[in-house]
Design a protein around this ligand. Sequence first.
Ligand code: CA
Length: 399
Amino acid sequence: MSGSWIADPAFRADEPFGPQTLPYGVVELPGGPAVAVRVGDHALPLRPIAGEFAPELADAVAAGSLDPLLALGRPAWTSLRARLRELVTATAPPPGAVLVPLAEAPTRLPFTVGDYVDFYSSRHHAENVGRIFRPDGEPLLPNWTHLPVGYHGRSGTVVVSGTGVVRPHGQRRGDQGPEFGPSTRLDIEAEVGFVCGGPVAGRVRTSAAPDHIFGVALVNDWSARDIQAWEYVPLGPFLGKSFATSISAWITPLDAFAAARVEVPDPGHPRLDYLVEDSHWGLDIGIEVSWNGTVVSRPEFAGMAYSCAQQLAHMTVNGATVRPGDLFASGTVSGPGKHQRGSFLELSWGGQEPVRLDDGSERTFLLDGDTVVITATAPGPDGSVVGLAEVAGTVLAAT
Ligand code: CA
């Protein structure tokens, strides 16, 4: 950013982590974990400059996790972001400010994950999975265009980007009856996640969603397809997914997506009132999935059938409350093209069509040692680009 005291070439409006983005995370410092904001390829810990913020923000920015900030709510989030923008675009640093290169700033899970819900809101993903798992049936079940299908996942195994993922054991269908062992069909799901905050509330209207959504992160919903295929009838995903769910270390504020908002596709029939939006909360996010360094897919989030506001409205319409730290994810993001599929189940069409990587090797599902990195960007204000921090993970051998 020209004129800023932050001399980092990645801190510019045409770079994903310029002053238009300013995602929050938690970095490990010698004095303990600290809330930080990402500026280009550096972390700016906020505790040393907590005196620069209004009294109602100072305790939250000096904390060792985002939990207090999540609880403060939308007015505080907006004023903190405005103040941060002043500080990082000033010509001189605030007294005491320290910049830490990202490579020297280990991150940790930035907030305490409360309830975790995973949706299933990509029509192309739902149709592809329907065709693969139920080849003789209708790919889309009749409820799908009327409500955002979802399930409650396991918050205790949400892990921060960079955490190794141990290949899970479980039951799978075998020729002579069920078999037990390490999964042989370990997969990913490229998703977009929403981190909740603000007052505890039930029946959140779509128009009130911004009061309860703090920010956006990338999610990899690791999935053991052999375990899933055997266990999922009739109650849905369970042990095939609960072993690990990875999330970006940096949470991009919802405010950063003002220029990325789009209308979700028409379902082809009227929606029930509680799912109608008075402003659009679909998001034009372009995702990239790389497998051992080879980009294998570029799913487009703008094609999702339900927005985060509709998902939150649905999740709470029965009176279930949303609380600070709750996390919900979009469901696998897949587009109509083969190279827009957000899972390897779809990319390899159930394992029948191997994917070739740049090193010449072929894959259907994940091998031990494989690394998957998911990145994404969205349009920002004035032609800038807003970044979502990567979610990365490497498969470790079953123990
Ligand atoms: Ca999922």
